[in-house]
Design a protein around this ligand. Sequence first.
Ligand code: UDX
Length: 449
Amino acid sequence: MRIAIIGSGYVGLVSGACLADFGHEVTCIDKVHSKIDALRAGRMPIFEPGLEHLVERNVAAGQLTFSTELAKPASEADVVFIAVGTPSRRGDGHADLSYVYGAAREIAGALCGFTVVAIKSTVPVGTGDEVDRIIRSVNPAADFAVVSNPEFLREGAAIDDFKRPDRIVVGLAGDERARDAMAEVYRPLYLNKPPLIFTGRRTSELIKYAANAFLALKITFINEIADLCENVGANVQDVARGIGLDNRIGPKFLHAGPGYGGSCFPKDTSALVRTAQDSNAPLRLVETAVAVNDQRKRTIVRKVVSACGGNVRGKTIAILGLTFKPNTDDMREAPSLSIIQALIDLGAQVRAFDPEGMTQARTLLDSSVSYAEGPYECAEGAEALVIVTEWNQFRALDFGRLRRAMSSAVMVDLRNIYKREEILKHGFRYVNVGEGAAADLFTFAEAAE
Ligand code: UDX
């Protein structure tokens, strides 16, 4: 099939490279000339494991091309995907749909022969109807069908998620030709037999938001349980395991930490909350999760300050990990941003290290933050070492070396990647998330099989 993808950001580029790898003929389009130039030269605009190789292979095979012009690839395509950004609109938290509607207007003029317009961007319920209306009004003669086809990719694991999805969701508004075309797009995946769900277009749009909101609820729930554990002498990791083994609950997304961040959960929960309020069906659980997650960053700052003896003024705090999660360079809504700013406001000197996020971080963080080449340089002279993001390279630190480098041996592990006994052996003070004072007396012991 011939496929055009509008928007070569995270979703567009990963989807384009994977669809090309399935044997489709794909053109990834973006208005930003420098991005397309870089892609043509084999340079990726984002860090995503495996992406560069996948792009290179499919460009070499002639399956994947890049363009700044929409008209030709869109006119030749069987399916045009809209994968432009839908950022939070300033002020009201609604999704900003101007890029989606702009793309729709441009596509309308280019359409030639029956074409499916598939919306991959995360968009509020009813956006498909509006895109349909825009295309029809710009080009009344066009033969097309607008479908919703949300993506569920996780940054850092996006290629694997695309190729081995838990499910594929396609929302239709009655056109059987669109159903056949979308089945054809995903046919190469049938080998792994992921459920392909056809549903209504509005339902499909809501599925994406409901999925993200539900995951955000799970994380927020376990984060509050973590606070309770600290106060009552229980251990949140054991609670998570103990409840997660009930398969109605499931073990995933129950890691307590500094709160969720990233480009999806904060923006999508906020957009869903607004849609629900406007539709007279407020989602109070999701509203509360949003508020609790915001509040959490302040709780975490208090934790760091108290680990430093109640005061951080004039002290150097070493921050390991800046991105909202490992294996990405994405700093959007990363908990590190507000935690670091609060520490600076309290008079601390912050030194940070992140394997991929420092370029973006420099543009977002206070200019007083200094950056290190690695974890040990970061720890030099520091009062406390705070692990904010669980990159693999922080999982086996040399504690002897850290102790010698630091002015005081305090470790704040916001992702629970270490075991308390291990750290205490090295003479460190250890503060983590959701482990109450008496908790280590009774850790979870599993009987050997
Ligand atoms: C998410 C969804 O998983 C994906 O399906 C959707 O398409 C886009 O949003 P992503 O933002 O890439 O993907 O990251 P994800 O791995 O889901 O993590 C989101 C945030 O939650 C991170 O800040 C992460 O640290 C946090 N998190 C996740 C926790 O704090 N605890 C957990 O147990 C899981």
